[in-house]
Design a binder for this molecule. Structure first.
Ligand code: MG
Ligand code: MG
Length: 259
């Protein structure tokens, strides 16, 4: 069952999405070599609760934290801990909030310290892949148009798309139908209709696409141990325009000040 949202519901999801975006910017302010992932998690939870919202991941299927933090070869669903972020790592931070009954979801991969040129390129291409996919999220297009746009851009640069994990519908639930794969064929899949709200979230690997589940029961890592990146936006399908509900502009304001 796919829940199409009213204009009013989309505006509520936009509010939750803006709070997620601002929370990721709070993380951007403090992420650096030497900080623990649980320190980032604590700051994010405080910020979300200070704004009258609830961390969406906390309690989800037993997950005990606000953020998923996945470094280097970890793809997604990394668990915050006393592990210290090291110079040169790329760190995916995924955040969801629930406010006024609606969820927002976004992820950004941060380069921390002196990051190699090949990892920086992976981040650039993954973010571009997200943008290519988002540009297809317009009424009348098909799901496969989003998926193919993501896949083609990543593969053109010699990278691979994770297939086991996908984007999703979002609204009153964090994960709703339909699935939003990061690989597919143009012109295939369901037709996108006004009111569909989806999280598009390419997970792009520098090496091969295969992933493994780590023993902690959560963390997903690349099988070949090479780096992976992850960017995510919550997007509302509208007629004749792209409507991205989350934004990276707050992160960019922080990064331009600190660099
Ligand atoms: Mg997410
Ligand atoms: Mg998501």
């Amino acid at each position: 069952m796919i829940y199409y949202k009213t204009h009013e519901e989309i505006e509520l999801i936009r509010e939750s999405s803006l709070l997620v975006s601002k929370t990721l910017a709070e993380v951007a302010k403090i992420i650096r070599p030497g900080i623990t992932t649980e320190a980032l998690d604590k700051r994010a939870e405080e910020f979300i609760r200070d704004h009258g919202a609830v961390p969406a991941f906390k309690g989800y299927k037993g997950f005990r934290h606000t953020l998923c933090i996945s470094t280097d070869h970890q793809v997604v669903h990394g668990i915050p801990s006393d592990r210290v972020i090291r110079d040169g790592e790329v760190v995916s931070v995924d955040c969801g909030v629930k406010m006024n009954g609606f969820f927002g979801d976004s992820a950004f991969t941060f380069p921390v310290g002196n990051v190699s040129a090949d990892k920086l390129n992976l981040l650039k291409v993954t973010r571009e892949s997200l943008e290519r996919g988002v540009a297809k999220a317009v009424a009348g297009m098909r799901m496969g148009d989003i998926s193919a746009a993501v896949q083609e851009h990543a593969e053109q640069h010699g990278y691979s798309c994770v297939r086991e994990l996908v984007g999703h519908g979002i609204g009153r639930d964090l994960h709703e139908k339909p699935e939003v794969p990061n690989y597919g064929k143009r012109g295939s899949g369901m037709k996108l209709q006004e009111g569909l709200v989806i999280a598009i979230e390419p997970m792009i690997n520098m090496g091969k696409s295969a992933v493994v589940q780590e023993d902690d029961g959560w963390t997903v890592s690349t099988r070949d141990g090479k780096a992976s990146a992850h960017f995510e936006h919550t997007v509302a399908v509208q007629k004749g325009k792209v409507d991205v509900l989350t934004t990276f502009r707050f992160i960019e304001e922080v990064v331009s000040v600190t660099r």
